[in-house]
Design a protein around this ligand. Structure first.
Ligand SMILES: *Cc1c(COP(=O)(O)O)cnc(C)c1O
Length: 393
């Protein structure tokens, strides 16, 4: 029998890391000690207080049944309390919080909730690929908002033609930003609210990196912006904050009408997050140990960031010091045809994995991303190897 995937499957872009993965495996098989700065996945485990609570919750038979459709009240309350403590934003846990199987799941499904065939979603480029893939799966069209360095990697909302804005349903934003590490000033969020209200576009702000920040910078919530809760929602996650990427728990908060549709959609396709994980997720936020853990992680990433940025600058790379996220975004050096060629060269000649900017969209071309999710000593070694490889060239 001939197995024919649906059009939406054949339209999927070639998986960003597939080609690199193949080369990484080949290098590792040859005995190369590969340093992986490609994927942003915390190398440290979730903190002790979270693991201990999870062990207790797993032992509770009451947690083994289906969780409530609307999410566990304890977890939703913990998210609301955290938003108030951290952002001075008031959320009704019943109507303005939706529990997700990781924020990627909600980001992927929000388009199915609001986009009809022919509608447009505004997506940042370079950007997290799920924004445009969710759009495409819903039959929508992704209009790419270029993030230029000259504009501090913020989209120029005035550059969006009225004909496009009129057809747009959702606008995805993500600050602190993956992959560029850029942050957004409050004025940008205020402009986004005004733009969204004018054109009746739902803002979907992705705040995955709210707690990974340096040098006294405290990333704001989009919902702190006056009027934001009327036009949008915010996606959050325990993945990067608490080193829980594998646990799969996140949330969407904000505009109750949007949260209601997303919750209703999800009720029909999944049955929620394991109750033990939701109870533990509540503890992750509520336990006072969270602040100490956050400080420890940020100082760890800061040391790595400083090591990487210093070494890259010494080699002549054009790179900014990120105020948040665990990524460094830098221009590829002269003499390479593109980011894919540069990344392949570094993998083959230095045994170091980087991510080509092109993988995040056409406006990512000319850049590469380095993830700070390995120890500082390994980052320093990677920098030494890159330096040698470039000098031999
Ligand atoms: C890591 C990441 C997420 C999603 O994380 P989940 O594990 O699905 O919660 C979402 N957006 C961006 C930009 C990310 O980097």
């Amino acid at each position: 029998m001939h197995i024919q995937p649906a059009e939406r499957i054949s339209k999927l872009p070639r998986y960003l890391f597939a080609e690199i993965d193949k080369k990484v495996r080949a290098a590792a098989e040859k005995g190369v000690d590969v340093i992986r700065l490609g994927i942003g996945d915390p190398d440290e485990p979730a903190p002790e207080y979270i693991v201990r609570r999870m062990m207790a919750e797993v032992q509770q038979p009451r947690n083994h049944t289906y969780p409530p459709d609307e999410g566990l009240p304890e977890f939703k309350q913990a998210v609301a309390d955290y938003y108030y403590r951290r952002h001075k934003v008031t959320l009704d846990p019943k109507k303005e919080v939706c529990v997700l199987l990781g924020s990627k799941e909600g980001i992927a499904h929000i388009s199915a909730c609001f986009v009809n065939p022919g509608d447009i979603n505004l997506v940042p480029d370079p950007g997290y690929p799920v924004y445009s893939i969710g759009t495409m799966f819903a039959g929508g069209e992704a209009y790419r908002m270029p993030l230029y360095k000259a504009n501090n990697f913020l989209p120029d909302l005035q550059a969006i033609a009225p004909a496009v804005a009129r057809r747009a349903k959702l606008m995805f934003l993500n600050y602190p930003n993956n992959p560029t590490g850029a942050v957004a000033p409050p004025q940008f969020f205020a402009d986004a609210v005004e733009f969204a209200d004018k054109w009746q576009i739902i803002v979907c702000h992705d705040l995955a990196y709210s707690e990974i920040a340096y040098d006294d910078y405290l990333p704001p919530s989009f919902l702190e912006t006056p009027g934001a809760k009327e036009v949008g929602i915010e996606f959050g996650s325990l993945s990067k904050t608490f080193n829980m990427t594998g646990w799969r728990i996140g949330y969407a908060v904000g505009c109750s009408a949007v949260v209601e549709v997303l919750s209703r959609y999800k009720t029909n396709i999944d049955s929620g997050t394991f109750k033990a994980i939701q109870y533990t997720g509540a503890e992750a936020f509520n336990n006072p140990a969270a602040a100490e853990f956050r400080a420890r992680m940020c100082s760890l990433y800061r040391e790595r960031r400083d090591a990487a940025v210093l070494a890259l600058r010494e080699m002549g790379f054009e790179v900014q010091t990120p105020l948040a996220t665990f990524y460094v975004w830098a221009s590829i050096p002269a003499g390479f045809a593109g980011s894919a060629e540069f990344v392949s060269f570094i993998l083959e000649e230095a045994g170091v994995v980087l991510t080509p900017g092109r993988g995040f969209g056409e406006y990512g071309e000319g850049y590469f991303r380095l993830a700070l999710t390995v120890e500082a000593t390994r980052i320093r070694e990677a920098m030494e190897r890159i330096k040698k490889a470039l000098s031999r060239r």
